[in-house]
Design a protein around this ligand. Structure first.
Ligand code: GAR
Length: 216
């Protein structure tokens, strides 16, 4: 069966992108990475992708009259590569409403908190300041509102008394690298059903959409 063509958008390090590329290298993984596109030419993730033999492109957000013009240029690049699912992996640009509407139900994001808690930036600091005992990451469909949209799956981790932004980020990131390839697999297998703004993941074991990792 033809593999789902995935386009990954990054702005920086690209560790989630690397996890997805790694997963896609397994012969039985049902998705392939058609391209990695960055809005920043110096994103370290670009080299990781090209070293892995994945097509890369830079579409700079600079020099566009407004957000929508940039979004349309980005979208044209993805469409040129035949992308069917857009995967945001540390893509730190806010879209105009046009992009999520154009790619409705075909663009997903990973965010390092248990949404709807802690949106925006400095997310781990927000969690530590709030004193929560549990945090994690969320994969959700992208809608025009920031860090919102139907939740597909989450992974939870403990927040420990001596955590810093860095230790909590690292604990969450390890779960991001497990969760994102799983969700992309479900998309490619046609398991994601969207009904009235809620997501059902069909034919997976009970509890498959919540990972919990108590390891520090
Ligand atoms: C990840 O922790 C991701 O969840 C976060 O940026 C990091 C990117 O790391 N994304 C957001 O905060 C989006 N709101 P990576 O470049 O190594 O994948």
């Amino acid at each position: 069966m033809a593999k789902l063509k995935v386009g990954i958008l990054i702005s920086g390090r690209g560790s989630n992108m690397a996890a997805l590329i790694g997963a896609s290298q397994a012969a039985d993984y049902p998705a392939e990475i058609a391209c990695v596109v960055s809005n920043k030419a110096d994103a370290p993730g670009l080299k990781i992708a090209s070293d892995a033999g994945v097509a890369t492109a830079v579409v700079s957000h600079r020099g566009h009259a407004d957000r929508e013009t940039f979004d349309r240029a980005l979208s044209a690049e993805l469409e040129r590569r035949g992308v069917e699912l857009v995967v945001l992996a540390g893509f730190m640009r806010i879209f105009s409403p046009w992009f999520p509407v154009h790619w409705a139900n075909r663009v997903i994001n990973i965010h390092p908190s248990l949404l709807p808690s802690f949106k925006g930036l400095n997310v781990q600091r927000q969690a530590l300041d709030a004193g929560v005992r549990l945090s994690g990451c969320t994969v959700h469909l992208v809608i025009p509102d920031l860090d919102a949209g139907p939740i597909i799956a989450q992974a939870a981790v403990p927040v420990l008394a001596d955590d810093t932004d860095d230790t909590l980020s690292a604990r969450i990131l390890r779960q991001e690298h497990r969760l994102y390839p799983l969700v992309v697999r479900w998309f490619a297998e046609g398991r994601i059903a969207i009904d009235d703004g809620r997501i059902e993941v069909r034919d997976v074991p009970p509890g498959a959409t919540l990972l919990f990792s108590p390891e520090p």
